[in-house]
Write a protein that binds this ligand. Structure first.
Ligand code: C5P
Length: 316
């Protein structure tokens, strides 16, 4: 079997609403997730020694059993009942690490897609989605990608029926030293807003329906201007993390930005533009202030796909 390549796209949250707390301790969410054409590449080679080994061009990333790629490979192999299966996996990392862009989850989803093909396991899309949900809340979305409503703890997907992905350009920024722990952000959200959490399924259902008919979805279908974006975790993280406050202030000052928000639990931030050229021009306009404040930045576009078997992407 020749080597096999899978693209693992980043995502941003165009909407992240914390509805309440679930019996399993997770938060009940109503989100709109959007894949980006900023992607990692995973290259798979089969081995017959029962070893799963991971290498990466970024030394900051652990390549041991804590990496979601290795955990996904081990779960897939366990479900296949064939312990002799092995693979050498090389990760070319382009998505910023620990950023709220689902880089780790997308790599894990790509491992499920790649190894299902490489090992000829023949698991269905539904079986892969169930494995993804067992590994992480964002992983089912990363498998399917595109533009989707995500409910439950993030794993209940409803694809948006868009003729094409929103033609938006995205300027992403992240401070390399900033990091936000996702469990901390949700814990702080509970402390700050727990008294206002909804408690009943009927109320959750009403909020889901409101999102299905929201101005944001009309905007994504090209039928309305983009409204102000909502991320409930931003309200928690912004007061506590200096670089998030500083970065949001820089992005909010940009001409032509249609919306500005934090992605997921942060600390990456994004500004949306009507096209890629708008994002690139904004990046050029901010080059001095971004460098002075120590931010890294990336420009990309929305894409309609999740983890995809295929040739390597042009590096971004
Ligand atoms: O599922 P995942 O491992 O990505 O979640 C990481 C952490 O984020 C969880 O342990 C939990 O603290 C928090 N979380 C949550 N509600 C969600 C998703 C994540 O409280 N819906």
């Amino acid at each position: 079997m020749p080597e096999l390549t899978v693209l693992a796209p980043a995502k941003i949250n165009l909407h992240l609403e914390v509805l309440g707390l679930r019996a399993d301790g997770y938060h009940e969410l109503a989100m709109v997730m959007q894949s980006l054409d900023l992607a990692d590449t995973l290259v798979f080679n089969p081995t017959a020694d029962g070893q799963i080994s991971l290498s990466c061009d970024n030394a900051d990333l652990p390549t041991d059993g804590s990496n979601l790629i290795v955990r996904a490979a081990e779960l897939l192999r366990a479900r296949s009942g064939l312990p002799e299966l092995g693979a050498r996996i090389d990760l070319q990392k382009r998505i910023p690490i620990g950023a709220g862009l689902a880089g780790g989850s997308s790599d894990g989803a790509a491992a499920l897609v790649g190894l299902n093909a490489l090992w000829g396991c023949g698991f269905s899309a539904a079986e892969l989605l169930a494995m993804a949900a067992a590994l992480g809340s964002d992983m089912p979305f990363c498998l399917e990608g595109g533009s989707q409503l995500c409910f439950g703890r993030g794993e209940r997907l409803e694809p948006l029926a868009l003729a094409q992905p929103p033609g938006l350009g995205v300027l992403l920024i992240k401070h390399p030293q900033a990091s936000v722990s996702t469990p901390w952000a949700y814990g702080r959200c509970r402390e700050m807003r727990g008294d206002f959490y909804l408690e009943h399924e009927a109320d959750f259902a009403q909020r889901r329906d409101a999102l299905r008919h929201s101005p944001l979805l009309a905007a994504m279908a090209g039928k309305a201007p983009l409204p102000r974006l909502r991320n409930d975790l931003q309200a928690v993280v912004e007061p506590e993390v200096e670089s998030v406050r500083q970065g949001l202030a820089l992005l909010r000052g940009l001409d032509g930005a249609l919306a500005v928000a934090m992605s997921g639990s942060g600390p990456s931030l994004f500004a949306l533009f009507s096209d890629l050229a708008g994002a690139t021009a904004a990046q050029a306009a901010l080059v001095g202030p971004l460098a002075a404040a120590g931010f890294e930045s990336w420009c990309c576009r929305c894409t309609g796909s999740g983890a995809t078997l295929g040739p390597a992407a042009a590096p971004l």
